[in-house]
Design a protein around this ligand. Structure first.
Ligand code: HMG
Ligand code: MG
Length: 315
């Protein structure tokens, strides 16, 4: 069996895409087994070596809220000792000024704040209301920008919320536009529980465009709960979006949304983009080997179809 698909481009799609790897953060934040810091560092380094241009490394959140990433400072200190400035370029999540302080102390250059499009998830994930979450982001984004840092803004529950059901597109656009007004560079639209479908993706991207947000400011962040993630990427490509979040091996979820399962697997995305002849710069075999290795560390197989297909003895 071939380790790469035959390349057959589809007219009208972007010619290159940026894969924003979230495995070490979104993937590992949800693991029930404690992953040693050295294993996390090796994971990040292997992903970089596989050609992933952006690897989100960890979160400077409250350690009681996400104990899996309580070693954020230790991880980044270790990576900086090994990689120098390259480690400082790795994005990290910071919900608030306290998180930013911790990231600044270590010389990090790229941070991401994360907002909710719904009232319930703002409360569960951030202990804030939909409106008051911005009280955390205003000073955090302002201070980060003053220091010349690059700030990404996530919006969660963009396509549906497990407690509130359907989420109006206008509500998502309003939260996203507010983050952009605060100084966020790129908006990552999160399908936290994986309920998005292709038409909904196109409608949301169009709604942002109609609100004056250029499509190149948008990234899409799909979880694969209902197996729709790649179809949704296709819809995103047709709408002109060129940055996609993915997690090696399909690890992932959110500890504050139990119905959130793994992210779109990086390998599934790479296979899909490769078949379309879209440039991504990632070596598929290296990511597969990394995910197979990580699956051994975690003691369970990768949910990614491509990892399973390519890890077999005949591949
Ligand atoms: P809070 O309890 O309201 O915090 O939590 P607070 O501001 O009231 O502060 C209480 C204490 O916590 C204080 O200490 C602070 O210093 C400390 P005290 O004075 O009592 O000793 N504290 C911190 N310590 C370390 N680091 C910090 C920090 N902040 C406060 N950053 C908070 C509010 C936002 C901190 C909490 O709710 C939290 O950490 N939430 C994070 C939840 C999380 O990480 N969720 C997963 C990431 S989001 C996601 O996965 C979705 C995404 O993938 C996209 C998608 O799929 O949709 C991005
Ligand atoms: Mg996520």
């Amino acid at each position: 069996m071939s380790a790469l698909p035959m390349v057959v481009p589809e007219p009208g799609l972007p010619t290159s895409v940026t894969i924003y790897e979230v495995g070490p953060r979104d993937g590992l934040q949800n693991e029930s087994v404690a992953v040693p810091t050295a294993t996390k560092a090796a994971f990040v380094q292997r992903l970089l070596a596989a050609g992933l241009p952006i690897v989100e490394a960890t979160s400077f959140v409250h350690p009681k809220w996400v104990p899996q990433l309580a070693d954020a400072a230790e991880l980044m200190t270790g990576l900086t000792a090994e990689l120098g400035d390259r480690a400082r370029e790795l994005p990290v999540l910071v919900p608030n000024e306290r998180g930013l302080d911790r990231a600044v102390e270590l010389g990090m250059r790229h941070v991401a704040v994360f907002a909710s499009a719904t009232e319930t998830f703002a409360s569960k994930n951030l202990n804030r209301t939909l409106a008051s979450q911005f009280e955390m982001f205003v000073p955090t984004v302002a201070r980060a920008r003053e220091q010349g840092m690059d700030v990404r803004g996530y919006v969660s529950m963009c396509f549906g919320d497990p407690w509130e059901g359907a989420v109006p597109v206008e509500q998502v656009v309003s939260v996203g536009v507010r983050l952009l007004e605060l100084g966020v560079g790129q908006l990552s639209l999160g399908d936290t529980i994986g309920v998005a479908t292709a038409g909904h993706v196109r409608a949301l991207v169009a709604a942002f465009r109609e609100a004056g947000v250029p499509t190149d400011r948008l990234a899409l962040h799909f979880h694969d709960t209902y197996g729709q993630a790649l179809t949704n990427v296709h819809a995103g490509l047709q709408a002109g979006v060129t940055t996609y979040d993915a997690s090696a091996g399909g690890l992932g979820g959110c500890p504050y949304a139990k119905s959130a399962t793994g992210n779109l697997a990086t390998e599934d995305l790479v296979w899909f983009l490769t078949g379309l002849g879209i440039e991504h710069g990632v070596d598929l075999g290296s990511v597969v080997a990394t995910s197979a290795w990580m699956a051994e560390q975690l003691g369970r197989p990768s949910p990614s179809a491509v990892v399973r297909a390519l890890s077999g003895s005949d591949s």
